[in-house]
Design a protein around this ligand. Structure first.
Ligand code: ZN
Length: 174
């Protein structure tokens, strides 16, 4: 266990729509890339509590309603997470309905914004190239696409079209 922080091996991610625009954050830490807002559950917190807290911390928005979408087990080939666990994490994805407006928290994210589907497709193409090792880790860190696990969910949920089924060849997602 690193840093003395206990990891519950539980995390949450939230899909937030503003009409046809999807809320993405650019992560400051590994795994780099554009991702759904979310994060680890803390001790004594349930998924919805953690979702409300993370959405507020990362984007300034208040979640007024959360609707369960899917559950996934995510792992990174034994790599240790930010809280020191190398165990698989159970991640639940919720759709969040919100009030308020975006407020960047530079401690939490590099950027936040509402992304059109065309912009999302561009980010997904970059993820394809990254998974195909056509761009280096450094290039990815400087100008990333969608983090692979979000890419996978977007395909499963039909947010990215069926042409984006590249992930099925992959075994490891974070
Ligand atoms: Zn963890």
């Amino acid at each position: 266990m690193l840093k003395g922080i206990y990891c519950m091996n539980r995390c949450i991610a939230m899909i937030v729509w503003n009409e046809s625009y999807l809320l993405l954050i650019e992560r400051k830490k590994y795994p780099y890339g554009f991702a759904l807002p979310g994060g680890h559950l803390e001790e004594n917190e349930n998924y919805k509590d953690a979702g409300r807290r993370e959405l507020k911390e990362e984007t300034g928005l208040n979640a007024v309603k959360l609707k369960y979408i899917l559950e996934d087990v995510i792992y990174d080939n034994g790599r240790v997470c930010s809280k020191g666990s190398d165990e698989p994490h159970i991640c639940k994805v919720y759709r969040a309905f919100y009030e308020g407006s975006l407020k960047l928290n530079k401690k939490e994210t590099k950027s936040i914004g509402w992304y059109s589907m065309l912009e999302l497709y561009d980010l997904a193409l970059k993820t394809n190239n990254y998974l195909d090792k056509l761009i280096t880790e450094k290039e990815w860190e400087n100008s990333p696409g969608v983090v692979p696990v979000c890419y996978k969910w977007f395909v499963e949920l039909g947010i990215l079209g069926s042409g984006y089924n590249f992930y099925k060849k992959r075994k490891i997602f974070i």
